[in-house]
Design a protein around this ligand. Structure first.
Ligand SMILES: Cc1cc2nc3c(=O)[nH]c(=O)nc-3n(C[C@H](O)[C@H](O)[C@H](O)COP(=O)(O)O)c2cc1C
Length: 474
């Protein structure tokens, strides 16, 4: 699958629409994309973007619903949340090495040196307050660890400074940021490539928090069941998928920093101010004929951050089970703005299990970004936000069930972090466990029965009701 065959599948299923009306890259396209995200609309293919070169188009919201994620993973659109999590558990563990090919469509067109002009692409300014036009919201950044030679992929936002340079945010705790730090310590520029398109699984895997030393390209191959075809970049010693739509190549000099931001971000606020960040200087841009630039307009739920939570849920479930914790299901609800993980557990064999769950989440490389852990009994589906909300306010005793853990590091994008020199490093708040399970020291008869159609009534009665709901107009 490449981006184009994926789009064809989406159009066939009615999960994408084509918008031929002229649309301005200057905020207007963000308004359309934001509306679409907030209303669960199909993905949007903008074919008539103001100022873009002929044939260049923009694709919004490809990853913004679980239905579309399921199709990208080669599954039925009806696949449930927990089935997606289990698919990730099984398939992200597979590895197939990539193959190198001589050439690929991603190099059908080449801009070199002074001929580079990023603004020929439909680069959007997505939110009115953004510091500039963001070319990189659904990109995959490629860099190489100078010690081990391991090649890392990750998604790092990038704002166009001018036709040949872009600002990057390589998060300090992400592998991209750690690798860049090694170049900085050596005083050497880092070669970097950023690609758009190719198999959409590349985006999902790149943003999922794959462990250090595992080549994301092999994970993509493993999930798809066939190797990713890679082609060598024109001006740097890095490889990118041959069927990518657009590739930016160049270097990042550790001594050069420039203002980047603000940007409307995933928690649902314009939360990151103007910060001096690394600069990506381009030596080449290559692209397919009629290139498609994928983008996401982040904000209040939902948006294209969805895949990030699936792999986290899958790895947490495995980690918890491997510790013998009787976990039923794990979900990362989009409605929390990526601030909560919900775990359901079977009856506890001993005390302190919710605390064990919370500490497992907060010691996970990706889980540490989630300040709230909500633990519920196994009669609650963690992926059903209404059930979770009900459990939070009917089972969580404010005196015994809320546990505050100050001092933990949070994402620097956590909206309520107090103003301080440490804000950029995520200090100033902490974490919270909401224990929404019945107390372990209660006897069976102390536990009130849940009043719900699915759980209270005998099966034959429920079957009769279900058989008649249409007839009775219910
Ligand atoms: C749409 C989107 C935008 C993201 N933007 C950034 C970013 O600007 N900087 C960053 O460090 N991580 C960003 N992330 C998260 C990283 O891509 C993610 O943590 C990934 O696992 C990093 O890979 P790495 O640890 O191999 O570097 C973004 C994720 C998504 C889905």
């Amino acid at each position: 699958m490449d981006l184009r065959s994926c789009m064809a599948a989406m159009f066939d299923l009615g999960l994408a629409v084509r918008i031929d009306d002229p649309i301005d890259w200057d905020v207007e396209v963000g308004a359309v994309m934001r509306y679409a995200n907030e209303h669960g609309s199909p993905a949007q293919w903008f074919t008539n973007m103001k100022d873009a070169m002929k044939g260049a188009t923009l694709l919004g919201g490809l990853f913004a619903t679980y239905e579309r994620i399921a199709v990208i993973m080669g599954l039925s659109r009806k696949t449930s949340y927990h089935e997606l999590v289990d698919f990730c558990s099984e398939h992200f563990a597979r590895r197939i090495k990539p193959v190198i090919v001589e050439d690929g469509p991603c190099q059908q067109n080449v801009m070199l040196g002074d001929n580079i002009d990023l603004l020929k692409f439909p680069v959007p300014k997505l939110h009115p307050q953004d510091g500039g036009r963001y070319i990189g919201t659904l990109n995959v950044g490629v860099c190489q660890d100078p010690d081990s030679g391991w090649v890392n992929w990750g998604t790092y936002r990038s704002m166009v400074h001018d036709r040949r340079t872009a600002g990057l945010w390589l998060g300090a705790l992400n592998h991209g940021g750690m690798i860049f730090r090694k170049y900085r310590e050596r005083g050497k520029p880092m070669e970097y490539a950023q690609f758009y398109g190719g198999d959409p699984l590349c985006n999902i895997v790149a943003a999922s928090g794959i462990p250090y030393g595992v080549p994301e390209v092999e994970v993509v191959g493993g999930i798809r069941g066939e190797p990713v075809k890679l082609v060598k970049c024109k001006t740097v010693d890095l490889y990118v998928p041959a069927d990518a739509e657009i590739v930016m190549e160049g270097t990042i000099d550790p001594n050069e920093l420039r203002d980047e931001g603000p940007f409307g971000e995933y928690p649902g606020y314009v939360i990151s101010g103007v910060v001096k960040r690394p600069v990506f200087r381009l030596s080449a841009v290559t692209y397919r004929d009629d290139p498609i630039l994928p983008a996401t307009c982040l904000g209040i739920p939902t948006d294209d951050e969805i895949p990030f939570g699936l792999y986290l849920a899958a790895t947490l479930k495995e980690q918890l089970r491997s510790k013998g914790i009787p976990v039923a299901q794990v979900a990362v609800p989009v409605d929390s703005g990526w601030h909560a993980v919900v775990v359901s557990m079977h009856k506890a064999p001993y005390a302190g299990i919710p605390q064990q769950i919370a500490s497992t989440v907060w010691t996970d490389r990706v889980g540490l970004y989630f300040p709230y852990v909500i633990v519920v009994d196994d009669d609650i589906d963690p992926a059903n936000i209404n059930q979770v909300f009900h459990a939070m306010f009917t089972k969580c005793n404010p005196v015994r069930g809320i546990h505050i853990y100050p001092g933990y590091m949070n994402s620097p994008l956590t909206p309520y972090l107090p103003k301080s020199p440490w804000k950029e490093l995520g200090f100033g708040a902490g974490n919270c466990l909401l224990d929404c399970t019945w107390p372990l020291d209660w006897d069976r008869e102390d536990i009130p029965e849940r009043v719900a159609f699915d759980t209270m009534y005998p099966q034959h009665m429920r079957e009769k009701v279900l058989a008649n709901v249409k007839k009775w107009g219910l």
